[in-house]
Structures are given as C-alpha cells and as structure tokens.
Design a protein around this ligand. Structure first.
Ligand code: NAD
Length: 485
C-alpha cells in the first residue's frame, strides 16, 4: 500500500488542518529522485498569529488538568504512533530520503518513546514542602505557557516529539514549525495528538521558512523557545528570545571526536565509526566526524573500514535492504561536495568515496579521509554529510587536548578496554553526551544536549522537566505579622 504524501493542508491549527495558499510555496522533494511529492505553503503573519492565539487559549485548561490526565493522552498518542509506524516511516523516508530500514526503527518509534516517557512523568510533577518553624514554604511546579518548537530536517518526527512530549507533559501548549525541507511528519504528530485526546490548540503546526520561525520567537505571547538547528540559526534565535527574556533550549551542531585507543576491539570501533558517520547519510548532529585512531592500529582500522564499506547498499530507500540514502537536498549535497573538495585541496588523503553517483536524486558516496590535520577545514567545520575524517595520535594526553580543541561540545566517544582510562577520558571531554565503547545511542531516558557552542539546556531524561516548567515559591505565615512601626 502506498500512502498519500500531499497532506490535507499545510498547517494544523486549533485542532484542524488549515490552508492559506497566499503564503510562499514550499515544494517537498523526494531526495532519492528529485520528484516533487507535495506542495505546501508558508504561513502568513496572520496565520502565525492565529496559531499562537489558539495555543494561548488552550493553555490554561490544559495546565489545569491533572498530570495523570495529560499523561494518559500522551501515552495514548504513543500507542497510535506505534500502530501507524509503517505509514509514518514511509512518509519520513519520502520526506527525508532516509532508508526505510532506518525510519522503521528510529523515527516514529523514538517519537513514541518520548510521548510514552513524558506521559509517564506527567503525573509525578510536584513541588516541595519546606518547614520554617511554625511557618512553611511550598513550591509549585508550573507550566511556562505557550512554547515554540523549531525543527531541523534530519529527524522531523523525533524532533517534534522530543519537544512536544515534555512541553505538553508540563502543561504548556505549543506552536511547532518544522524545517521547510521536511514539513510533512509534524502534521501527523498533530493529528495523532488530537486523536489521542489533546484538546484543539494544544499542539499546532505552522509551516514556513526562517522568517516564520523569527515571527514565532519574537511574539510576546511566547514563554519558551526550543530550537534544533545550526549554530548560526541558534545565535539568531537565542538573541531574539533573550530580548523577551524567554526560556530557551538550543540543540545545535557539532564536530564531535571519536577516540579509538589501540587496545580497543577493532571490529566494534569500526562499527561505531560507521554508525557515527554514515547513519542517516551522515546527517546527525551528534556524529563523531573526527575519528582519532591511535598510531598502532590506524592502518588496520582503515583496512577493515574499507572492507566494511563494501557492505554499503545505496538504492531505493523504500527497499528495506537499502542501508544508505541520499542527502536531504541538492543544496546540502553541494555543501558537502564543497567540503570534500576542500579536504583534497588541503592535503587530506581520500581513501574512500568522494564522488557523486550517476542519476537523479541527491546521492553522494560515503567518504573517508585519512591523514587529516587539525587545522584543515574538514577538521574544524560541521559538514553534516557522510564524510569521515581520520586522524592519528600517540598519547592519551595529546588526544584529549586535540579532541577538545573545537568550538563545539555536543558529543564524544571513547573506545578502549582500559576501564580507568575510559572514565578519565570522558571526565576530561568537553561534550554533553559521551559514549564508552559505543556511539550515538540516545534513548529518551538519557539527557541530551550540548556544551560550548553546541547548545543550551537539555532534552530528554527527567532533567528536561526543569527546562519546560518553572517554580513558584509560596511562603505561608501561621502567626502574627511583625512590623517595625
Ligand atoms: P537550520 O539552522 O538551517 O534551520 C533550523 C530551523 O530553524 C529550520 O526550521 C529553519 O527554518 C529555522 N530558522 C532559520 N532561521 C531562523 C530564524 N532567524 N528564526 C527562527 N527560526 C529560523 O538547520 P538545518 O539545516 O535545518 O539542520 C541542520 C543543523 O541542525 C545542523 O547544524 C545540525 O547539527 C543541527 N541539529 C542539531 C541537533 C541536536 O539535537 N543538537 C539535531 C539535529 C540537527
């Protein structure tokens, strides 16, 4: 069965699909073929206003429900999402180009995990009681109000759910703007939440380019902004939010190190390096794109990696045997090709890929550079494509310093069988998420977010509640009030 890709309308506001074709057209392109599979329209300022008004109207009643009631709706949404996994995964594959082999297990399923997890936490939200002699203080954990979520194009369903689930669990309502490159699946999240029992206006979706995001961020009705995107966009959104004193969560880019010591399991290290660079065609923020391999095993690592790359199966993303898809867009492919050219120009050794396969669609080969030096462009800048850079190193001290010599701080990985060294390394690494002897596992139970330029705040885990709610302190006097006169 094939599911339609053209949605009923571009936006989802106040519990219903809404169209307004006076906004700029947003063509949705299937990256595997370059075909247009849907056409949506950017929200006009009036529609953005309507979505914010709906979220504002719905918020007090949503926050007044018990956490158990809100949680039940989120958990029901998780069940609906899992039941519709195949349809949602096919849509995600058409929207992003990611192989169905991935989307079936990583997109709607991880969105459902977030809805289930925060649905469970909703009933546990509480304040504390502080006794002050006869008097006492209590705290109330309250919603922030209307929240704005803005998404990137690599994990559209997951990003919508990682923001909506904790936001709604805490009693906020949301207006979500997906990336203009992948606008389809957030509409499904909105449909599913409504079907699960979320009142109209609790979760709204408006489509649009950057200026729609900017209008949302600047609106004075908005209390919180959560962005997943690049550092340059993060700077703009954070500054705009700051002038309105809004809370923010910034999930931004990275240039993360994966450090492989010569006592590591070579096979596992190669597997992790593959996952850390080629999953989702390298379009993952936390990717370990700087692979430091200790001198003693570097050539063995490169040899085994070349053998394993023979297992790449690029082709029809809807074929479940395919394990490598195209880039999301022509523009992104051009950016990545620019980096590949720079890598060769600056003297890195191309050991695999680098080319553009024949045919339609935005395909690019999985690419590996060896002998990469720390000051090369491909060593410093986020590429966001399937390009692995392999570096040599001699000592632990040296590699730690080089791994941290970046403006980013999203993630890092260490491969070694020496337990003490593994923990010493992660204690020294400046990164929000570290992995020992694996890479890129991001379960909803574990906090996720960046240090340095990679972000502010954390998504997932119980700590996310802190970022989606606020505390009110209430002092209660039990006796007479003293005054100086
Ligand atoms: P992007 O920064 O170009 O766009 C992100 C979103 O911001 C889009 O929806 C865009 O329309 C919107 N936007 C653009 N200008 C805006 C403005 N002035 N005001 C408000 N919104 C605006 O990012 P992208 O190219 O879609 O995604 C790739 C980037 O996202 C990479 O840097 C990647 O590392 C990062 N990313 C981070 C995470 C994470 O969790 N840390 C996850 C996925 C992607």
């Amino acid at each position: 069965m094939t599911y339609p890709t053209q949605p009923e309308a571009s936006h989802f506001i106040d519990g219903a699909y809404v169209e307004d074709d006076s906004g700029a057209a947003i063509p949705v392109i299937y990256p595997a073929t370059g075909e247009i599979i849907a056409t949506l329209h950017s929200a006009t300022p009036a529609l953005v206003d309507r979505a914010l008004a709906a979220a504002r109207r719905a918020q007090p009643a949503w926050a007044a429900m018990t956490g158990t009631e809100r949680g039940r709706i989120l958990r029901r949404a998780a069940d609906i999402m899992r039941a519709r996994n195949r349809e949602l995964s096919e849509l995600e594959t058409k929207d992003t180009g990611k192989p169905l082999q991935e989307t079936l297990v990583a997109d709607a399923t991880s969105g459902a995990d977030a809805l289930e997890y925060f649905g469970g936490l909703a009933a546990t939200l509480s304040g504390e009681h502080i006794q002050m002699g006869e008097d006492f203080v209590y705290t109330r954990r309250e919603a922030l109000g209307v929240a704005v979520g803005i998404g990137a194009w690599n994990y559209p369903t997951q990003i919508a759910c990682w923001k909506a689930a904790p936001a709604l669990a805490c009693g906020n309502t949301m207006v979500f703007k997906p990336s203009e490159t992948t606008p389809l699946s957030a509409l499904k999240v909105a449909e599913i939440l409504l079907e699960a029992g979320a009142p109209p206006g609790v979760f709204n979706v408006v489509q649009g380019y950057g200026e729609v995001g900017a209008q949302l961020v600047e609106d004075e009705r908005v209390a919180k902004v959560s962005l997943t995107g690049s550092v340059p966009t993060g700077r703009k959104v954070y500054s705009a939010a700051a002038s309105g004193m809004k809370s923010v969560t910034m999930e931004l880019g990275g240039k993360s190190p994966l450090v492989i010591f010569d006592d590591a399991s070579l096979e596992d290290a190669v597997s992790a390096a593959i996952n850390a660079n080629f999953y989702s065609t390298g379009q993952v923020c936390s990717n370990g794109t700087r692979v430091f391999v200790q001198d003693g095993i570097r050539e063995a690592f490169l040899k085994r990696l070349s053998e394993r790359l023979k297992g790449v199966k690029a082709g029809d993303p809807l074929d479940e045997e395919t394990n490598f898809g195209p880039m999301v867009s022509e523009r992104q492919r051009e950016i990545v090709e620019g980096f590949i050219a720079k890598g060769s120009e600056e003297g890195a050794r191309l050991v695999a890929g680098g080319g553009r396969p024949e045919g339609a669609g935005f395909w690019i080969e999985p690419t590996v550079f060896a002998d990469v030096e720390d000051d090369m462009t491909i060593a410093r800048e986020e590429i966001f494509g399937p390009v692995m850079s392999v570096f040599g190193f001699a000592t632990e001290e040296e590699v730690l310093e080089r791994a941290n010599a970046t403006i980013y701080g999203l993630s890092a990985g260490v491969f070694t069988r020496d337990l003490a060294r593994a923990h010493r390394m992660v204690a020294g690494l400046q990164a929000g998420s570290c992995w020992i002897n694996t890479y890129n596992l991001t379960p909803v139970e574990a906090p996720f977010g960046g240090m340095k330029m990679s972000g502010v705040g954390r998504e997932n885990g119980q700590v996310a509640i802190e970022h989606w709610s606020q505390l009110k302190t209430v002092y209660v006097a039990m006796g007479a009030v003293e005054a100086p006169f």
